[in-house]
Design a binder for this molecule. Structure first.
Ligand code: SAJ
Length: 421
Protein backbone atom coordinates (compact mmCIF):
# COMPACT_ATOMS: atom_id res chain seq x y z
CA UNK A 1 0.00 0.00 0.00
CA UNK A 2 1.40 3.49 -0.82
CA UNK A 3 2.84 5.24 2.23
CA UNK A 4 1.01 8.52 1.61
CA UNK A 5 -2.54 8.12 0.38
CA UNK A 6 -4.36 10.88 2.17
CA UNK A 7 -3.06 14.37 2.94
CA UNK A 8 -4.71 17.05 5.10
CA UNK A 9 -3.64 20.64 4.36
CA UNK A 10 -4.50 22.97 7.22
CA UNK A 11 -4.85 26.57 6.01
CA UNK A 12 -5.97 27.30 2.43
CA UNK A 13 -4.24 30.61 1.80
CA UNK A 14 -1.64 31.64 -0.75
CA UNK A 15 0.48 28.57 0.04
CA UNK A 16 -1.99 26.00 1.37
CA UNK A 17 -4.46 26.08 -1.52
CA UNK A 18 -1.91 25.73 -4.35
CA UNK A 19 -0.09 23.03 -2.33
CA UNK A 20 -3.33 21.12 -1.76
CA UNK A 21 -4.25 21.38 -5.45
CA UNK A 22 -0.83 20.24 -6.69
CA UNK A 23 -0.76 17.23 -4.33
CA UNK A 24 -4.33 16.32 -5.34
CA UNK A 25 -3.28 16.46 -8.99
CA UNK A 26 -0.59 13.84 -8.23
CA UNK A 27 -3.11 11.16 -7.35
CA UNK A 28 -3.28 11.60 -3.57
CA UNK A 29 -6.57 12.25 -1.79
CA UNK A 30 -6.44 15.71 -0.21
CA UNK A 31 -8.60 17.28 2.47
CA UNK A 32 -8.19 21.04 2.56
CA UNK A 33 -9.10 22.60 5.90
CA UNK A 34 -9.81 26.25 6.60
CA UNK A 35 -11.62 27.85 9.54
CA UNK A 36 -13.02 30.52 7.20
CA UNK A 37 -16.36 29.26 5.89
CA UNK A 38 -16.31 31.63 2.91
CA UNK A 39 -13.03 30.07 1.75
CA UNK A 40 -14.49 26.58 2.14
CA UNK A 41 -17.61 27.56 0.19
CA UNK A 42 -15.61 29.18 -2.61
CA UNK A 43 -13.21 26.27 -3.07
CA UNK A 44 -15.96 23.66 -2.76
CA UNK A 45 -17.67 25.32 -5.71
CA UNK A 46 -14.45 24.86 -7.69
CA UNK A 47 -13.46 28.54 -7.51
CA UNK A 48 -10.52 30.31 -5.85
CA UNK A 49 -10.32 33.25 -3.46
CA UNK A 50 -6.80 34.31 -4.49
CA UNK A 51 -5.52 35.48 -7.85
CA UNK A 52 -2.66 33.30 -9.03
CA UNK A 53 -1.95 32.26 -12.63
CA UNK A 54 -3.52 28.87 -13.54
CA UNK A 55 -4.66 28.13 -9.97
CA UNK A 56 -8.35 28.46 -10.85
CA UNK A 57 -8.16 25.78 -13.57
CA UNK A 58 -6.23 23.36 -11.38
CA UNK A 59 -8.55 23.79 -8.38
CA UNK A 60 -11.59 23.39 -10.61
CA UNK A 61 -10.16 20.13 -11.95
CA UNK A 62 -9.18 18.52 -8.62
CA UNK A 63 -12.40 19.58 -6.89
CA UNK A 64 -14.59 18.28 -9.68
CA UNK A 65 -12.79 14.91 -9.87
CA UNK A 66 -13.06 14.58 -6.07
CA UNK A 67 -9.34 14.42 -5.26
CA UNK A 68 -9.56 17.71 -3.30
CA UNK A 69 -12.31 18.00 -0.71
CA UNK A 70 -12.60 21.10 1.46
CA UNK A 71 -13.97 21.42 4.97
CA UNK A 72 -13.72 23.45 8.19
CA UNK A 73 -12.76 20.49 10.40
CA UNK A 74 -9.63 18.35 10.03
CA UNK A 75 -9.99 14.61 9.64
CA UNK A 76 -7.64 11.62 9.80
CA UNK A 77 -4.90 11.47 7.17
CA UNK A 78 -1.40 10.07 6.57
CA UNK A 79 0.18 13.50 6.24
CA UNK A 80 -0.80 16.79 7.88
CA UNK A 81 0.62 19.98 6.35
CA UNK A 82 0.30 23.14 8.43
CA UNK A 83 0.21 26.20 6.15
CA UNK A 84 -1.36 28.87 8.36
CA UNK A 85 -0.23 32.51 8.74
CA UNK A 86 2.49 33.47 11.22
CA UNK A 87 2.34 37.26 11.37
CA UNK A 88 4.13 39.63 13.74
CA UNK A 89 2.24 41.46 16.47
CA UNK A 90 2.30 45.20 17.23
CA UNK A 91 5.63 44.84 19.00
CA UNK A 92 7.13 42.99 15.98
CA UNK A 93 7.20 39.67 17.79
CA UNK A 94 6.14 36.44 16.02
CA UNK A 95 2.52 35.51 16.59
CA UNK A 96 2.22 31.71 16.45
CA UNK A 97 -1.43 31.54 17.54
CA UNK A 98 -2.58 29.95 14.27
CA UNK A 99 0.14 27.26 14.30
CA UNK A 100 -0.74 26.37 17.90
CA UNK A 101 -4.45 26.22 17.05
CA UNK A 102 -3.77 24.06 13.98
CA UNK A 103 -1.73 21.59 16.01
CA UNK A 104 -4.40 21.42 18.72
CA UNK A 105 -7.00 20.74 16.01
CA UNK A 106 -5.16 17.69 14.65
CA UNK A 107 -3.38 16.22 17.66
CA UNK A 108 -6.15 13.81 18.64
CA UNK A 109 -6.42 12.57 15.04
CA UNK A 110 -2.78 11.50 14.83
CA UNK A 111 -2.07 7.81 14.35
CA UNK A 112 1.16 5.79 14.18
CA UNK A 113 3.05 6.34 10.92
CA UNK A 114 1.64 9.86 10.38
CA UNK A 115 3.78 12.73 9.18
CA UNK A 116 3.20 16.27 10.50
CA UNK A 117 4.81 19.03 8.45
CA UNK A 118 4.98 22.72 9.29
CA UNK A 119 5.35 24.93 6.23
CA UNK A 120 4.47 28.26 7.90
CA UNK A 121 7.44 30.60 8.39
CA UNK A 122 8.48 30.08 12.02
CA UNK A 123 11.12 31.19 14.51
CA UNK A 124 13.98 28.78 15.20
CA UNK A 125 12.87 26.11 17.66
CA UNK A 126 9.15 26.17 16.75
CA UNK A 127 9.07 22.68 15.23
CA UNK A 128 10.82 21.14 18.22
CA UNK A 129 8.31 22.86 20.53
CA UNK A 130 5.46 21.54 18.41
CA UNK A 131 6.92 18.01 18.64
CA UNK A 132 7.15 18.37 22.43
CA UNK A 133 3.56 19.58 22.62
CA UNK A 134 2.36 16.62 20.55
CA UNK A 135 4.34 14.22 22.79
CA UNK A 136 2.75 15.79 25.85
CA UNK A 137 -0.80 15.49 24.54
CA UNK A 138 -0.26 12.07 22.95
CA UNK A 139 2.00 10.08 25.26
CA UNK A 140 1.00 6.97 23.28
CA UNK A 141 3.04 8.24 20.29
CA UNK A 142 6.79 8.71 20.09
CA UNK A 143 8.37 11.07 17.60
CA UNK A 144 10.78 10.02 14.91
CA UNK A 145 11.98 6.82 16.45
CA UNK A 146 13.15 3.97 14.30
CA UNK A 147 13.27 0.20 14.47
CA UNK A 148 10.90 -1.73 16.67
CA UNK A 149 8.96 1.26 17.92
CA UNK A 150 8.29 2.51 14.41
CA UNK A 151 4.64 1.55 14.32
CA UNK A 152 3.87 3.65 17.37
CA UNK A 153 5.77 6.69 16.16
CA UNK A 154 4.98 9.72 14.07
CA UNK A 155 7.29 12.13 12.23
CA UNK A 156 7.45 15.90 12.64
CA UNK A 157 9.28 18.07 10.12
CA UNK A 158 9.69 21.67 9.01
CA UNK A 159 9.61 22.23 5.24
CA UNK A 160 9.42 25.91 4.33
CA UNK A 161 7.80 27.02 1.12
CA UNK A 162 9.79 29.42 -1.05
CA UNK A 163 7.42 30.12 -3.93
CA UNK A 164 7.09 33.54 -5.51
CA UNK A 165 3.54 34.94 -5.77
CA UNK A 166 2.74 35.08 -9.47
CA UNK A 167 4.76 31.92 -10.14
CA UNK A 168 3.47 29.70 -7.34
CA UNK A 169 2.40 26.63 -9.32
CA UNK A 170 5.64 26.41 -11.26
CA UNK A 171 7.88 27.10 -8.28
CA UNK A 172 6.00 24.65 -6.00
CA UNK A 173 7.07 21.83 -8.26
CA UNK A 174 10.43 23.03 -9.56
CA UNK A 175 12.12 24.74 -6.61
CA UNK A 176 14.52 22.78 -4.41
CA UNK A 177 13.09 22.06 -0.96
CA UNK A 178 14.82 22.13 2.36
CA UNK A 179 13.42 19.39 4.59
CA UNK A 180 14.14 19.69 8.30
CA UNK A 181 13.33 16.77 10.54
CA UNK A 182 13.05 16.83 14.32
CA UNK A 183 15.06 13.62 13.93
CA UNK A 184 16.84 12.14 10.92
CA UNK A 185 14.07 9.60 10.40
CA UNK A 186 11.47 12.40 10.42
CA UNK A 187 13.47 14.18 7.69
CA UNK A 188 13.67 10.99 5.63
CA UNK A 189 9.92 10.38 5.80
CA UNK A 190 9.19 14.00 4.83
CA UNK A 191 11.72 13.72 2.00
CA UNK A 192 9.89 10.67 0.63
CA UNK A 193 6.65 12.64 0.73
CA UNK A 194 7.93 15.76 -1.06
CA UNK A 195 9.59 13.65 -3.74
CA UNK A 196 6.08 12.57 -4.76
CA UNK A 197 5.31 16.01 -6.21
CA UNK A 198 8.53 18.08 -6.22
CA UNK A 199 10.85 17.96 -9.22
CA UNK A 200 13.55 20.08 -7.50
CA UNK A 201 16.04 18.56 -5.06
CA UNK A 202 14.64 17.65 -1.64
CA UNK A 203 17.50 18.17 0.77
CA UNK A 204 17.31 16.81 4.31
CA UNK A 205 18.54 18.74 7.33
CA UNK A 206 17.47 19.49 10.90
CA UNK A 207 14.26 21.34 11.71
CA UNK A 208 16.18 24.23 13.33
CA UNK A 209 18.40 24.64 10.26
CA UNK A 210 15.42 24.60 7.91
CA UNK A 211 13.66 27.24 10.03
CA UNK A 212 16.67 29.54 9.85
CA UNK A 213 17.18 28.87 6.13
CA UNK A 214 13.68 30.20 5.40
CA UNK A 215 14.22 33.30 7.52
CA UNK A 216 17.66 33.84 6.00
CA UNK A 217 16.29 33.86 2.45
CA UNK A 218 13.82 36.63 3.15
CA UNK A 219 16.13 38.63 5.44
CA UNK A 220 18.82 38.47 2.74
CA UNK A 221 16.41 39.90 0.17
CA UNK A 222 15.22 42.59 2.58
CA UNK A 223 18.79 43.68 3.24
CA UNK A 224 19.61 43.80 -0.46
CA UNK A 225 16.49 45.85 -1.22
CA UNK A 226 17.44 48.16 1.67
CA UNK A 227 20.79 48.75 -0.02
CA UNK A 228 18.98 49.77 -3.22
CA UNK A 229 16.55 51.99 -1.30
CA UNK A 230 19.38 53.66 0.61
CA UNK A 231 21.17 54.26 -2.68
CA UNK A 232 18.04 55.90 -4.11
CA UNK A 233 17.95 58.33 -1.17
CA UNK A 234 21.62 59.19 -1.70
CA UNK A 235 21.01 59.73 -5.43
CA UNK A 236 18.07 62.04 -4.67
CA UNK A 237 20.31 64.17 -2.48
CA UNK A 238 22.91 64.49 -5.25
CA UNK A 239 20.33 64.82 -8.07
CA UNK A 240 21.69 61.70 -9.76
CA UNK A 241 19.44 59.20 -11.53
CA UNK A 242 19.51 56.06 -9.39
CA UNK A 243 18.36 53.79 -12.22
CA UNK A 244 21.31 54.85 -14.33
CA UNK A 245 23.69 54.29 -11.40
CA UNK A 246 22.32 50.78 -10.84
CA UNK A 247 22.33 49.93 -14.50
CA UNK A 248 25.96 50.98 -14.84
CA UNK A 249 27.11 49.43 -11.54
CA UNK A 250 25.45 46.13 -12.47
CA UNK A 251 27.68 45.92 -15.51
CA UNK A 252 30.41 44.96 -13.06
CA UNK A 253 30.59 41.14 -13.26
CA UNK A 254 30.16 40.67 -9.51
CA UNK A 255 27.66 43.42 -8.65
CA UNK A 256 23.89 43.00 -8.68
CA UNK A 257 22.09 45.86 -6.97
CA UNK A 258 18.34 45.21 -6.66
CA UNK A 259 15.69 47.78 -7.50
CA UNK A 260 14.59 50.57 -5.19
CA UNK A 261 10.88 51.06 -4.64
CA UNK A 262 8.40 52.80 -2.34
CA UNK A 263 9.28 50.39 0.50
CA UNK A 264 8.98 46.65 0.96
CA UNK A 265 5.58 45.00 1.15
CA UNK A 266 3.91 41.62 1.29
CA UNK A 267 3.54 39.30 4.21
CA UNK A 268 7.03 37.76 3.99
CA UNK A 269 10.03 39.96 3.28
CA UNK A 270 8.91 42.84 5.51
CA UNK A 271 7.98 40.42 8.31
CA UNK A 272 10.40 37.51 8.44
CA UNK A 273 13.56 39.44 9.41
CA UNK A 274 11.76 40.34 12.65
CA UNK A 275 11.66 36.63 13.56
CA UNK A 276 15.46 36.62 13.61
CA UNK A 277 15.77 40.08 15.19
CA UNK A 278 13.37 39.06 17.97
CA UNK A 279 15.37 35.96 18.81
CA UNK A 280 18.83 37.63 18.69
CA UNK A 281 18.36 41.39 19.12
CA UNK A 282 21.99 41.96 20.10
CA UNK A 283 23.34 40.35 16.91
CA UNK A 284 21.04 41.67 14.19
CA UNK A 285 22.20 45.24 13.54
CA UNK A 286 22.19 44.92 9.73
CA UNK A 287 18.80 43.25 9.59
CA UNK A 288 17.25 45.84 11.90
CA UNK A 289 18.78 48.75 9.98
CA UNK A 290 17.51 47.23 6.72
CA UNK A 291 13.98 47.06 8.05
CA UNK A 292 14.24 50.70 9.14
CA UNK A 293 15.62 51.87 5.77
CA UNK A 294 12.89 50.05 3.85
CA UNK A 295 10.16 51.47 6.09
CA UNK A 296 11.69 54.94 5.83
CA UNK A 297 11.52 54.72 2.03
CA UNK A 298 7.72 54.67 2.34
CA UNK A 299 7.76 57.75 4.59
CA UNK A 300 10.12 59.62 2.29
CA UNK A 301 7.97 58.80 -0.75
CA UNK A 302 4.95 60.31 1.01
CA UNK A 303 6.98 63.43 1.85
CA UNK A 304 8.16 63.82 -1.75
CA UNK A 305 4.64 63.36 -3.10
CA UNK A 306 3.30 65.97 -0.69
CA UNK A 307 6.00 68.44 -1.75
CA UNK A 308 5.03 68.04 -5.43
CA UNK A 309 1.28 68.19 -4.76
CA UNK A 310 1.69 71.36 -2.68
CA UNK A 311 3.34 72.96 -5.73
CA UNK A 312 0.17 72.30 -7.78
CA UNK A 313 -2.75 73.32 -5.55
CA UNK A 314 -5.57 72.26 -7.91
CA UNK A 315 -4.00 69.28 -9.65
CA UNK A 316 -5.44 65.78 -9.57
CA UNK A 317 -3.01 63.07 -8.56
CA UNK A 318 -2.85 59.56 -10.05
CA UNK A 319 -1.55 57.02 -7.52
CA UNK A 320 -0.51 54.25 -9.90
CA UNK A 321 -0.71 50.89 -8.16
CA UNK A 322 -1.93 49.63 -4.78
CA UNK A 323 -0.60 46.05 -4.77
CA UNK A 324 2.57 45.18 -2.87
CA UNK A 325 4.35 44.32 -6.11
CA UNK A 326 3.90 44.03 -9.86
CA UNK A 327 1.07 42.07 -11.48
CA UNK A 328 -0.59 40.72 -8.33
CA UNK A 329 -3.83 41.73 -6.60
CA UNK A 330 -2.43 41.32 -3.08
CA UNK A 331 -2.67 44.53 -1.04
CA UNK A 332 -1.34 43.08 2.22
CA UNK A 333 1.38 45.16 3.86
CA UNK A 334 1.55 47.19 0.69
CA UNK A 335 3.60 50.41 0.81
CA UNK A 336 1.64 51.60 -2.25
CA UNK A 337 -1.60 51.27 -0.29
CA UNK A 338 -0.11 53.07 2.71
CA UNK A 339 1.12 55.94 0.52
CA UNK A 340 -2.18 56.28 -1.35
CA UNK A 341 -4.10 56.25 1.92
CA UNK A 342 -1.95 58.97 3.42
CA UNK A 343 -2.38 61.12 0.33
CA UNK A 344 -6.15 60.46 0.24
CA UNK A 345 -6.43 61.51 3.90
CA UNK A 346 -4.77 64.81 3.03
CA UNK A 347 -6.11 65.51 -0.47
CA UNK A 348 -9.42 63.56 -0.63
CA UNK A 349 -11.09 63.48 -4.04
CA UNK A 350 -8.01 64.87 -5.79
CA UNK A 351 -6.53 61.39 -5.41
CA UNK A 352 -7.27 59.04 -8.30
CA UNK A 353 -6.15 55.47 -7.73
CA UNK A 354 -5.22 53.09 -10.53
CA UNK A 355 -5.03 49.38 -9.69
CA UNK A 356 -5.79 47.15 -12.67
CA UNK A 357 -5.97 44.01 -10.51
CA UNK A 358 -8.90 45.00 -8.29
CA UNK A 359 -12.51 45.88 -9.06
CA UNK A 360 -13.32 48.02 -6.04
CA UNK A 361 -11.32 50.45 -3.96
CA UNK A 362 -10.68 49.42 -0.37
CA UNK A 363 -13.25 51.17 1.80
CA UNK A 364 -10.68 53.26 3.70
CA UNK A 365 -9.67 54.93 0.43
CA UNK A 366 -13.14 55.59 -0.93
CA UNK A 367 -14.20 57.01 2.44
CA UNK A 368 -11.69 59.79 1.94
CA UNK A 369 -13.14 60.51 -1.51
CA UNK A 370 -10.46 58.77 -3.59
CA UNK A 371 -11.69 57.26 -6.85
CA UNK A 372 -10.64 54.15 -8.81
CA UNK A 373 -9.78 54.94 -12.45
CA UNK A 374 -8.23 52.98 -15.27
CA UNK A 375 -4.76 54.04 -16.31
CA UNK A 376 -5.86 55.73 -19.55
CA UNK A 377 -8.40 57.94 -17.81
CA UNK A 378 -6.01 58.68 -14.95
CA UNK A 379 -3.23 59.94 -17.20
CA UNK A 380 -5.77 61.99 -19.17
CA UNK A 381 -7.33 63.65 -16.14
CA UNK A 382 -4.38 64.06 -13.75
CA UNK A 383 -1.45 66.43 -13.72
CA UNK A 384 0.66 64.52 -11.20
CA UNK A 385 1.44 60.79 -11.15
CA UNK A 386 2.96 58.88 -8.24
CA UNK A 387 4.07 55.61 -9.79
CA UNK A 388 4.05 53.04 -7.00
CA UNK A 389 3.91 49.62 -8.66
CA UNK A 390 5.56 48.40 -11.86
CA UNK A 391 2.46 46.70 -13.27
CA UNK A 392 2.69 45.73 -16.97
CA UNK A 393 -0.28 48.01 -17.75
CA UNK A 394 1.71 51.04 -16.58
CA UNK A 395 4.81 50.10 -18.56
CA UNK A 396 2.74 50.19 -21.74
CA UNK A 397 1.59 53.83 -21.44
CA UNK A 398 3.32 55.64 -24.32
CA UNK A 399 5.43 58.68 -23.54
CA UNK A 400 3.16 60.90 -25.66
CA UNK A 401 0.24 60.23 -23.28
CA UNK A 402 2.11 61.10 -20.10
CA UNK A 403 4.37 63.92 -21.21
CA UNK A 404 2.17 66.48 -19.42
CA UNK A 405 2.50 64.69 -16.05
CA UNK A 406 4.71 65.67 -13.14
CA UNK A 407 5.91 62.19 -12.18
CA UNK A 408 7.38 60.61 -9.07
CA UNK A 409 8.57 57.27 -10.43
CA UNK A 410 9.42 55.01 -7.48
CA UNK A 411 9.91 51.96 -9.74
CA UNK A 412 11.99 53.33 -12.58
CA UNK A 413 9.65 52.35 -15.41
CA UNK A 414 8.95 55.80 -16.87
CA UNK A 415 12.55 56.82 -17.26
CA UNK A 416 12.14 57.99 -20.87
CA UNK A 417 11.08 61.45 -19.62
CA UNK A 418 12.54 63.88 -17.12
CA UNK A 419 11.15 62.54 -13.85
CA UNK A 420 11.69 62.66 -10.14
CA UNK A 421 12.99 59.22 -9.07
N1 SAJ B 1 11.06 44.63 -4.05
C1 SAJ B 1 11.78 45.79 -4.30
N2 SAJ B 1 12.91 45.71 -5.07
C2 SAJ B 1 13.33 44.53 -5.60
C3 SAJ B 1 12.61 43.36 -5.35
C4 SAJ B 1 11.47 43.44 -4.57
O1 SAJ B 1 11.42 46.87 -3.83
O2 SAJ B 1 14.35 44.57 -6.31
C5 SAJ B 1 9.86 44.69 -3.19
C6 SAJ B 1 8.58 44.31 -3.95
O3 SAJ B 1 8.06 45.39 -4.66
C7 SAJ B 1 7.70 43.89 -2.79
C8 SAJ B 1 8.69 43.25 -1.82
O4 SAJ B 1 9.96 43.73 -2.18
O5 SAJ B 1 7.10 45.00 -2.16
C9 SAJ B 1 8.70 41.74 -1.83
O6 SAJ B 1 8.59 41.24 -3.15
P1 SAJ B 1 9.43 39.99 -3.67
O7 SAJ B 1 9.05 39.75 -5.07
O8 SAJ B 1 10.88 40.21 -3.39
O9 SAJ B 1 9.03 38.81 -2.72
P2 SAJ B 1 7.62 38.15 -2.25
O10 SAJ B 1 7.25 38.75 -0.93
O11 SAJ B 1 6.61 38.15 -3.31
O12 SAJ B 1 8.10 36.63 -2.03
C10 SAJ B 1 9.20 36.38 -1.19
C11 SAJ B 1 10.19 35.46 -1.95
N3 SAJ B 1 11.44 35.37 -1.22
C12 SAJ B 1 12.64 35.62 -1.78
O13 SAJ B 1 12.75 35.99 -2.92
C13 SAJ B 1 13.84 35.43 -0.92
C14 SAJ B 1 9.56 34.08 -2.14
O14 SAJ B 1 10.48 33.20 -2.74
C15 SAJ B 1 9.11 33.52 -0.78
O15 SAJ B 1 8.49 32.25 -0.93
C16 SAJ B 1 8.09 34.47 -0.21
O16 SAJ B 1 8.74 35.75 0.01
C17 SAJ B 1 7.58 33.90 1.12
O17 SAJ B 1 6.46 33.36 1.12
O18 SAJ B 1 8.33 33.91 2.09
Amino acid sequence: MPEFQKVAVIGLGYIGLPTAAVIASRGMQVVGVDTNECVVKTVTSGSVHIAEPDLDGLVQKVVSNGSLVVTTKPEQADVFIIAVPTPIDNTKRPDLTSVTAAIESIVQLLAPGNLVIIESTSPVGTTESVAKRISKLRSDLSIGTNGKERNASISVAYCPERVLPGRILTELVNNDRCIGGVTASCARQAQRFYKMFVRGACIATTARTAELVKLTENAFRDTNIAFANELSLICDRFSINVWEVIDLANRHPRVNVLRPGPGVGGHCIAVDPWFIIDSAPDLTRIMKASREVNDYKTTSTIERAIAVIEDHPYANVACCGLAFKANVDDLRESPALEISLDLAKKYGSRIKVVEPNIRELPLQLSEYGAELLDIDKAVRTCEIAVLLVDHDEFKMVPLAERRHLDVIDTRGIWQDMPVRT
